[in-house]
Design a protein around this ligand. Structure first.
Ligand code: SDX
Length: 393
């Protein structure tokens, strides 16, 4: 409320792009999707409704939502021949390596949604990617753990379908738990879009050359993988486990402050937020809820996380540098409690962010003034000079 949007014409001359999808105020810790605050969407909406909002700009009517969910549900299966791609990977391949490969390969199977000049093909590609990402991520997990693939079902909601494809085995059907499904759906929603972050900018840059949507989303997945970006949720949980007990927290706080030590507190700091990441607050509540449900509220990793957060927030160094917990600080704890290995954390981030990448991709293609991306540089190299033959060097 009361957020006045001032328009600085000079800004557009330096801004990477114009967008109407997501607004972030890093100083105030504000995140709006098409004007709606993220905490309201996380509390009152659900992921596929947020997908509709991001893609089409308005919250859907009941009929529009029903139709959208039906179209997504009808596209959750992968072309059966794509199963062969999975078996080409080593069993210990990181699921992100598999996702980059499979999503890029989709352009070889779904020719009828690769022509970006055709609005209908853009629409079909968008639905296909949102619908198939849970299947791809779940099958990457199943392949990684050596279990048979589980096919999606049309009678389950998006999050329940994903959890079942991950955890159901022939010997034991997965029992959908509404609280865990809700927590999974909330994680999808909290990661859906985030303005012009590194992976979204990668998707926009790749799309600006006219590359097909599957290749562009594969590029976004590759960028998200880095530990400074989407890979931070995996790195954060591994850091919490390495700390192990609260008494070792001061040692790690000291390392994070040591200029000569490359160690950084994973899950802390942000390129834009110089206040609390509003997503982290919701994620923290969700972590308490899930661990309480599973009866592991005294989870040692959560204890270390809470005491590390308190110690860092009380330390002037982090306050002075405006370093606060970000979205990745608590998500890993929830995902681990659900039974996911750390290697699945970033694939789940990629699954969630697909709608943000796609929405920004569609927005960019719809901008008549859009041209191929061409970031400029500040040249700091040698001035012009003549060639020297090797015998004279
Ligand atoms: C995501 O852009 C997005 O929107 C991304 C994302 C999304 O939804 O798409 O929000 C998702 O990527 C969240 C961020 C996840 N990454 C991590 O949690 C990794 C740990 N965080 C850091 O690597 C770091 O904070 C970054 C990469 C996130 C931001 O790096 P910056 O821009 O260099 O941070 P900064 O300019 O605010 O740093 C200010 C100072 C620097 O020290 P000085 O040069 O001033 O001496 O704080 C230091 C940094 O070295 N610093 C940290 C730190 N983060 C920054 N010191 C210790 N621990 C940290 N985590």
């Amino acid at each position: 409320q009361g957020h006045v949007f001032t328009y600085d014409p000079g800004f557009t001359s330096t801004a990477a792009c114009r967008s109407t999808i997501t607004y972030i105020d890093g100083e105030e810790g504000v995140l709006l999707h098409r004007g709606y605050p993220i905490d309201q969407l996380a509390a009152k909406s659900h992921y596929l409704e947020v997908c509709y909002l991001l893609l089409y700009g308005e919250l859907p009517t009941g009929t529009q939502l029903e139709d959208f969910e039906r179209r997504v549900t009808q596209h959750t299966m992968l072309h059966e021949q794509m199963r062969n791609f999975f078996s080409g990977f080593r069993r210990d391949a990181h699921p992100m390596a598999i996702m980059v490969g499979i999503v890029g390969a989709m352009s070889a199977f779904y020719h009828d949604s690769t022509d970006i000049a055709d609005p209908w093909q853009r629409e079909v590609a968008s639905i296909r990617l949102i619908a198939k990402m849970p299947t791809i991520a779940a099958w990457a997990f199943k392949y990684h753990v050596g279990q048979p693939f589980v096919y999606p079902r049309n009678d389950l909601d998006y999050a329940s379908n994903f959890l079942r494809m991950c955890f159901s085995v022939p010997a034991q059907e997965y029992e959908v738990n509404p609280i865990l499904s809700r927590a999974m759906d909330r994680i999808f929603t909290l990661h859906a879009d985030h303005e012009q972050n590194a992976s979204t900018s990668t998707v926009r840059l790749a799309s600006s050359s006219g590359a097909n949507p599957f290749a562009c989303i594969a590029a976004g997945i590759a960028c998200l993988w880095g530990p400074a970006h989407g890979g931070a949720n995996q790195a954060c949980l591994e850091m919490l486990k390495e700390i192990g007990t609260p008494d070792r927290i001061p040692e790690y706080i000291a390392r994070a402050k040591d200029k000569d030590d490359p160690f950084r507190l994973m899950g802390f700091g942000h390129r834009v937020y110089k206040n609390f990441d509003p997503r982290a607050k919701v994620m923290k509540q969700s972590a308490d809820e899930v661990l309480d449900l599973l009866g592991i509220e005294d989870n040692p990793t959560l204890q270390v996380a809470k005491e590390l957060e308190a110690a860092a927030l009380a330390d002037p160094y982090f306050a002075d540098k405006k370093l606060f917990p970000n979205v990745d600080f608590y998500s890993g704890i929830i995902l681990e409690a659900m039974g996911f290995p750390t290697s699945m954390f970033t694939p789940i981030f990629a699954l969630s962010r697909t709608v943000g990448w796609i929405s920004q991709w569609k927005e960019m293609l719809g901008d008549p003034e859009q041209r191929i991306g061409r970031p400029r540089q500040l040249y700091m190299g040698a001035t012009e000079r003549d060639y020297i033959d090797v015998e004279n060097r």
